[in-house]
Design a protein around this ligand. Structure first.
Ligand SMILES: Cc1cc2nc3c(=O)[nH]c(=O)nc-3n(C[C@H](O)[C@H](O)[C@H](O)COP(=O)(O)OP(=O)(O)OC[C@H]3O[C@@H](n4cnc5c(N)ncnc54)[C@H](O)[C@@H]3O)c2cc1C
Length: 217
């Protein structure tokens, strides 16, 4: 199929298991060139071999130009997008993608950032925490999954030490107390939340000093 203007022809340089039901893919320019810049929170439209187009957030450091890293969770039941990634894609294959688009931009000058991620929702948050760390901005992340085997990008997050708080539902005896996190966040905090709908609803609806305009989903 012909490539539309602005579309990218990428190659899968590497892929592998990142967590249970989550694959990590590294995409590069087949000629080794620089890729278009992206902002933290941005995603790619990925044209899959089965004809479906699905969006995947860029998880790597936005200063990198030589690759895009995405993480794809296997959705069940689904219409076949994530299943296609998990069963049909292989290293070395070509992949047609849109240029990076950002519908989840990070306010660059917040006094502090609270990131709340659930499951595969960690992907856009990961590029955001990398940006905060590089820019010396105050941040912390609370990352929840049903159990340890589902915590994706652990190796990437572990070096951030105490700035990352892990929550496993099975060990904690229940889901993340999202309302309490929001209630405890001081005025001036910007909250960025990505994850399953019930988590985002809990963050959106929780009372607290952080106004709706500073809660981003
Ligand atoms: C901006 C953006 C960024 C994203 N980033 C990522 C990312 O980094 N990683 C990632 O894994 N995914 C990401 N996604 C989601 C991704 O694009 C796909 O939606 C996902 O891979 C599932 O695709 P699918 O075709 O397998 O499932 P879909 O058919 O899209 O189904 C997804 C889920 O929706 C539910 N569902 C499907 N059909 C119905 C129905 N008829 N009625 C009720 N519920 C239904 C099911 O519970 C299913 O598990 C992102 C989406 C957006 C919009």
């Amino acid at each position: 199929m012909a490539q539309a203007p602005g579309e990218l022809s990428l190659r899968i340089a590497d892929m592998g298991a990142e967590a249970r039901d989550v694959l990590r893919l590294e995409l590069v320019d087949p000629r080794g060139g620089d890729l278009p810049v992206f902002e933290p929170g941005a995603h790619l439209d990925v044209h899959l071999p089965n004809g479906l187009v699905r969006q995947y957030s860029l998880a790597n450091d936005a200063r990198e130009r030589h690759r895009y890293v995405i993480g794809v969770g296997r959705a069940a039941p689904g219409r076949g997008g994530s299943a296609c990634v998990h069963t049909e894609l292989r290293p070395g294959m070509a992949l047609r993608c849109g240029a990076p688009v950002n519908h989840f931009p990070l306010v660059p000058d917040a006094p502090r950032y609270l990131f709340i991620a659930g499951g595969i929702g960690i992907t856009p948050i990961l590029s955001m925490v990398r940006w905060c760390e590089a820019a010396g901005r105050p941040w912390r992340l609370v990352y929840a999954a049903r159990n340890r085997s589902r915590l994706a990008f652990y190796e990437d997050l572990a070096p951030f030490g105490g700035k990352v708080q892990w929550h496993c539902d099975d060990e904690a005896g229940g889901p993340l107390p999202a309302a309490r996190l929001v209630a405890e966040a001081g005025a001036g905090t910007h909250i960025y939340c990505c994850g399953p709908a019930p988590l985002m609803e809990a963050v959106r609806d929780a009372p607290g000093a952080v106004p709706a305009a500073a809660r981003h989903f």
